[in-house]
Design a protein around this ligand. Structure first.
Ligand SMILES: NC(=O)c1ccc[n+]([C@@H]2O[C@H](COP(=O)([O-])OP(=O)(O)OC[C@H]3O[C@@H](n4cnc5c(N)ncnc54)[C@H](O)[C@@H]3O)[C@@H](O)[C@H]2O)c1
Length: 351
C-alpha cells in the first residue's frame, strides 16, 4: 500500500526523454506497439467515445478518455498548425492514469513525445497488417515533429529502410535527414510529392494545415500502395482527394470518431469502413491482394494513449524515472479537509 496518499508519480519531459533513451527509441516503439496490439485485441472491454473537441479558428483542444473498468485514462492534446511559426509545437499533450476502484490518479505524464511515439507505433501496427509484404520503401509527406518517429516505427516493425521525403519547407526535410543520419536508412529528399512517391510501397502523409488540403491526388496512387494518412484528424482538415478513398479499402480506429475527424468525413456517413481492431484480433483479414490499395485513416484514439500510459507506468516503476507530485489533499481525518487548511495557516512553513 502507498503510505503517501497525496503523492502521484509525475513524468516530466526531461524524464520521458531519459526513459526513451534508456530503453532505446526502436525498442520503445516495438514494446509500445505490443501494448497497443494487446489492448486492440481486447477492444470490447473498453469504454469508448469520440474525443471531446473544442475548436477555435486557429486549432483544437481535445480530451480523450477511456477505461477498461480497472484503470481510467485520459489525454489532453491540442492541434494548432500555425504554432510552429511562433516557435511552438503544433501538438502538445499530457495525460493521466487513475485507479477506477478509488478514483485516485496513479500517473501524470507529459505526452507530447509520447503522442509522437504512440502515433507512429499505431501506424506501424496498422501497416504490419495492411502494407504489401516485403515493403522496404516509404514516402513521408510532411517532415515535421512526427516524421522521424514514423520512420523509426516503420523500420522497427516492418523493416523499412528507404525513405523518400517531401515537405513544402525544405528545411524540415533537411532536419529529418540530419536526425535520421546513421540510423540505417537510405534517404532521398524530393522536389515534389510525385517524385517522393516513385517506387515506394507505402506513403505516410503527416502534414499540418487547418484546411481540406489535397496532399495526394488520385493519379499519384498506384495499385498495391498502402497509405498511412496521419495529418487529417479534424473536421475540415484532410489530406487526401476523395477519389482515392473510393478506390481504397479503408481501415479506421473508432468509426464514430473517424467519421467526424478522418479522411472519411468526405464520404457519406454510412460508407463501409473496416475496424483496425478486428484485423488485429484476427476477426477480419488485413491486406488480401497485391493490387489492393489499403488506407489507414489515422486520427488517434484514446485506447492508444491508454496503452502508452500503461506502458510508461510499468517502465517508471522499473527505472524510477519520475518525480513525486504533491497532487492530492490528504488530511489525517478524510472529512477534515478544512481543518487541514486551518492547521497549514497556523504552521505556514510546515510541509
Ligand atoms: N493521427 C494521429 O494520431 C495524429 C497524432 C499526432 C499528430 N497528428 C497530426 O499530424 C500532423 C503533423 O503533426 P506534426 O506535429 O508533425 O506537425 P508539424 O507542424 O511539426 O509538421 C508538419 C509539417 O507539414 C509540412 N506541410 C504543411 N503543408 C504541407 C504540404 N501541403 N505539403 C507538404 N508538407 C506540408 C510543414 O511544413 C511541416 O514541416 C498534424 O496535422 C497533426 O495534427 C495526427
Amino acid at each position: 500500500m502507498n503510505l503517501k496518499l497525496n503523492v502521484v508519480p509525475f513524468v516530466s519531459v526531461d524524464n520521458m526523454m531519459k526513459l526513451v533513451l534508456t530503453i532505446g527509441v526502436e525498442r520503445f516503439l516495438l514494446e509500445l506497439a505490443e501494448c497497443i496490439e494487446a489492448d486492440f485485441r481486447r477492444w470490447e472491454s473498453f469504454d469508448k467515445t469520440p474525443r471531446v473537441a473544442s475548436h477555435s479558428r486557429e486549432g483544437v483542444i481535445e480530451l480523450m478518455p477511456t477505461s477498461d473498468g480497472e484503470v481510467y485514462g485520459f489525454k489532453y492534446v491540442n492541434g494548432h498548425p500555425k504554432n510552429t511559426r511562433e516557435g511552438r509545437q503544433t501538438v502538445t499533450a499530457f495525460g493521466v492514469l487513475a485507479d477506477v476502484a478509488t478514483g485516485y490518479p496513479v500517473l501524470l505524464t507529459e505526452m507530447t513525445i509520447l503522442t509522437a511515439l504512440r502515433t507512429a507505433a499505431t501506424s506501424a501496427v496498422a501497416a504490419k497488417h495492411l502494407a504489401p509484404k516485403g515493403a522496404r520503401a516509404m514516402a513521408i509527406i510532411g517532415n515535421g515533429a512526427q516524421a522521424e518517429f514514423q520512420a523509426l516505427a516503420f523500420k522497427a516493425l516492418l523493416g523499412i529502410d528507404t525513405l523518400r521525403l517531401y515537405d513544402i519547407d525544405r528545411s524540415a526535410s533537411a532536419k529529418c535527414v540530419r536526425n535520421l543520419a546513421g540510423l540505417g536508412f537510405s534517404i532521398t529528399v524530393c522536389n515534389s510529392i510525385e517524385g517522393a512517391m516513385e517506387g515506394v510501397q507505402i506513403v505516410t502523409t503527416v502534414t499540418a494545415d487547418k484546411q481540406n488540403a489535397t496532399i495526394l491526388t488520385d493519379n499519384m496512387v498506384g495499385s498495391g500502395l498502402h497509405i498511412n494518412a496521419v495529418g487529417g484528424d479534424c473536421p475540415g482538415k484532410t489530406e487526401l482527394h476523395a477519389d482515392i478513398l473510393k478506390r481504397s479499402d479503408i481501415f479506421v480506429e473508432y468509426p464514430p470518431q473517424t467519421r467526424i475527424e478522418g479522411e472519411i468525413q468526405q464520404l457519406p456517413p454510412d460508407y463501409p469502413v473496416n475496424e483496425l481492431w478486428r484485423v488485429i484480433a484476427g476477426h477480419e483479414p488485413g491486406r488480401t491482394g497485391d493490387r489492393q490499395i489499403t488506407l489507414f485513416d489515422s486520427v488517434g484514439f484514446a485506447i492508444e494513449d491508454f496503452s502508452a500510459l500503461r506502458y510508461v507506468k510499468r517502465q517508471i516503476e522499473q527505472t524510477g524515472l519520475s518525480d513525486e507530485l504533491d497532487l492530492l489533499a490528504d488530511p489525517d481525518e478524510p472529512r477534515d479537509l478544512f481543518g487541514m487548511l486551518l492547521r497549514a495557516a497556523a504552521t505556514p512553513n510546515a510541509a
